[in-house]
Design a protein around this ligand. Structure first.
Ligand code: SAH
Length: 244
């Protein structure tokens, strides 16, 4: 098989944040697959076929990429941010597990700048001490598990980054998440809402948990909760390197 698959992260939005490695893979590709808005970020050119697909069809998309690689195509599977963070890299390996002789596939994962890191850089350094990242979508896990992880992470004193915080189909869950955080972290804890970071639509705001409302987040927002030491300095938010 001369075909290959690169699962590539396109970064948070700004073209300047796409790595050279990802650019090279796209320049050599015959086919690009991914969610519609991510494929739209790839410039069309002769010899390149774009295969945009809808959300929530990750396994089909991964299977399609494997089929094309087996047919000697050079395939880039695109994700936003980093492909290993709540994105296509794991979906590709899930599809690969179902194939005979998985080792015959030439697969590379090309990292990208994930939303929480781009957002943290814009805000200052809110993830400067121990932190965790939690996907607040219950598409692929039960809501009970999300609540449990929120409580335990809050009790452990982690700063946290929340992906997929709030969608139209489940508007109440983020309100519930904020209630849990207020109970465990108290009203003064800083929470930042970073929307469409590094795009022309970017907006940033930092408030206390007491002031936070569910409407401050949508599906283009990554939410960053500070730890007990997180504070403001000038226009920045930072978490000191030491704790306890
Ligand atoms: N693989 C992606 C995450 C996909 S999940 C990454 O590494 O960034 C989609 C979620 O990522 C969104 O709901 C939002 O929470 C976050 N996100 C992606 N791009 C963003 C951006 N430019 N600004 C803020 N949040 C973003």
């Amino acid at each position: 098989m001369t075909g290959w698959i690169a699962v590539a992260g396109l970064g948070p939005g700004d073209e300047a944040l796409v790595t050279d490695e990802v650019r090279s893979a796209l320049a050599e590709a015959t086919d690009v697959v991914g969610y519609i808005p991510y494929v739209a970020r790839v410039a069309p050119r002769p010899g390149l076929t774009l295969h945009p697909s809808d959300n929530r069809v990750e396994l089909d998309r991964a299977g399609h990429a494997l089929d094309m690689a087996a047919a000697d195509k050079r395939v880039v599977v695109v994700s936003s941010g980093d492909p290993g963070i709540f994105a296509m890299a794991s979906a590709l390996f899930e599809a690969l597990e179902a194939r005979p002789e998985p080792e015959r596939f030439d697969i590379r994962i090309l990292p990208g700048i994930t939303a929480m890191l781009a957002a943290a850089a814009r805000l200052g350094a809110p993830l400067g001490h121990d932190f965790c990242a939690i996907n607040l979508s219950d598409n692929l896990k039960p809501w009970d598990l999300i609540e449990r992880r929120l409580r335990l992470a809050a009790e452990a004193g982690f700063a946290m980054a929340f992906y997929n915080p709030r969608s139209k189909s489940r508007p109440h869950q983020f309100a519930r998440a904020l209630d849990i955080l207020r109970e465990t972290c108290g009203p003064e804890r800083l929470i930042s809402f970073a929307r469409a970071v590094t795009t022309p639509d970017e907006s940033l705001s930092t408030v206390t948990l007491a002031e936070a409302t569910p409407e401050m987040a949508d599906m283009r927002t990554v939410v960053i909760l500070g730890n007990a030491e997180t504070r403001r300095v000038g226009r920045f938010v930072y978490t000191p390197r030491s704790a306890g």
